[in-house]
Design a protein around this ligand. Structure first.
Ligand SMILES: N[C@@H](CCC(=O)N[C@@H](CS)C(=O)NCC(=O)O)C(=O)O
Length: 209
């Protein structure tokens, strides 16, 4: 029995493990939940993941893993996406934590209330400048890191690139000006050119619900 990955369409977090699966050629059963319809908060899914969030992986042996970057890490094990050098591995973890603390919380919220639920945007009008400012700070740091280097770590294209790419490539949909970050833009193009790449809509849409 393959692993089962719970995802939701359009989510940068769900995209990360889906892209790892695609690029490693690993088999997995996908189950799509409709977050807006509250499916992640229904008793049957809470019985699987008490935190009520996707992505969520149930392994073939019954154990399970939450958090997109932890799932991506597990699925990348044993593949070329996983740095082998200890320092590069630690740097991959560093940038995956950076993604979750300095990019994702701000880009995902700004995008959610701009693109996904614009009807609720007015209620967050006071928060948006703060999210944009914090997200821009993260993007500026990422831009400085990527200036003069091809990928996040010296390993080359890795799971860390996939994790950081997850929401960074969607930042324009949240009102961020990616044109201000030339090193980030060039890196986004390199990630999208990696063998086996497929975009978020191809990987997450049309999955059985
Ligand atoms: N830090 C988590 C965030 C996961 C997350 O926010 N998931 C959203 C979709 S992108 C979700 O499941 N929301 C539904 C809910 O909270 O009820 C990760 O990286 O996986």
């Amino acid at each position: 029995m393959p692993h089962t990955l719970y995802i939701t369409p359009g989510s940068g977090n769900s995209f990360k493990p889906a892209l790892v699966l695609r690029q490693t050629g690993r088999a997995c059963t996908f189950i799509a939940l409709d977050v807006l319809a509250g499916q992640t908060r229904q008793a049957d899914f809470l019985g699987i993941n008490p935190r009520g969030q996707v992505p969520y992986l149930v392994c073939d042996d019954g154990r399970s893993v939450g958090e997109s970057n932890a799932i991506a890490w597990l699925l990348a094990e044993g593949s070329s996406l996983m740095p082998s050098d200890p320092v590069a591995r630690a740097q991959a973890v560093q940038w995956m934590i950076f993604e979750q603390t300095a990019l994702e919380p701000f880009i995902s919220l700004a995008r959610f209330y701009t693109l996904v639920m614009p009807a609720l945007r007015a209620a967050h009008e006071a928060d948006l400048p703060r999210w944009l400012e914090a997200g821009e700070r993260g993007l500026a740091l990422l831009d400085r890191h990527l200036a003069g280097r091809a990928f996040i770590t010296d390993h080359g294209y890795s799971v860390a690139d996939i994790a950081v790419y997850g929401y960074t490539h969607l930042a324009g949909e949240g009102g961020f000006n990616l044109a201000a970050y030339p090193a980030v833009q060039a890196w986004l193009q390199r990630v999208a050119a990696a063998p086996g790449y497929a975009d978020i809509h191809t990987l997450l849409a049309g999955r059985p619900a």
